[in-house]
Write a protein that binds this ligand. Structure first.
Ligand code: IMP
Length: 202
């Protein structure tokens, strides 16, 4: 007998994320929150985990189904860990990727390579319902260095200035397949998969 897959609503309207998540969570039937007209919620947390919980809870409440949310960003040591949860709006609300990159490069002007260490961070939260007191939480971290200028055309966000030392290139010079074996999101998804299968054996 074929087993029915449980529905899981992704707290994002991003089609790229949908594909990535569905590929890595085969035991669920993933649904986009756009089907439920979930309005955007303000990300008021100062940590990735707070924002991911806010988004997952909001989507679970409106859809009445289990929900999964992610929150991610870039953490730069020389900038006292900025832009972090403000990564998408670093150069202001509605800023483009190029504007955010330009601001980051300006802030790091004159700072030498050895002090340009940075990492991408991703938190995933899975809530079975809006009042779930025990959400599954997973995180991933991808270490790198901020380059002096943008390189490459793949990816999105800060990829063109995120240097990947293991591959001697920027994240925007990696194919999506390779990025998906290294990235903060891929690591968090792998951790979440492990947690899900552990729960299934309880
Ligand atoms: P969110 O988690 O979708 O809110 O993304 C936050 C922001 O972090 C994005 O808009 C990007 O600026 C940045 N970011 C997160 N993940 C990546 C990545 O894999 N590459 C480049 N930038 C990223």
């Amino acid at each position: 007998m074929t087993q029915m897959k449980s529905a899981l609503v992704l707290a994002s309207g991003n089609a790229g994320k949908m594909q990535e998540f569905q590929a890595l969570l085969p035991t669920y039937s993933l649904v986009s929150q756009t089907l439920f007209n979930v309005p955007e919620i303000e990300e008021t947390g100062t940590t990735f985990v707070e924002n991911a919980i806010l988004k997952a809870r909001h989507t679970a409440k409106i859809s009445n189904l289990p929900a999964i949310a992610d929150d991610s960003g870039l953490v730069v040591a020389a900038l006292h860990d900025a832009p972090a949860v403000y990564s998408a709006r670093y150069a202001g609300k509605g800023a483009t990727d190029s504007e955010n990159i330009a601001k980051l490069l300006r802030e790091l002007d004159g700072i030498s390579t050895i002090h340009r260490h940075a990492y991408f961070f991703c938190v995933l939260v899975l809530m079975r319902h809006a009042e779930d007191p025990c959400p599954l939480i997973a995180q991933g971290r991808w270490e790198g260095v901020i380059l002096e200028e943008p390189r490459g055309k793949h990816g999105f966000g800060y990829d063109p200035i995120f240097g990947v030392p293991s591959h001697s290139c920027s994240a925007a010079e990696l194919t999506l397949e390779i990025k998906n074996t290294l990235s903060h999101r891929a690591q968090a998804l792998a951790q979440l998969q492990r947690e899900i299968s552990q729960q299934a054996h309880h």
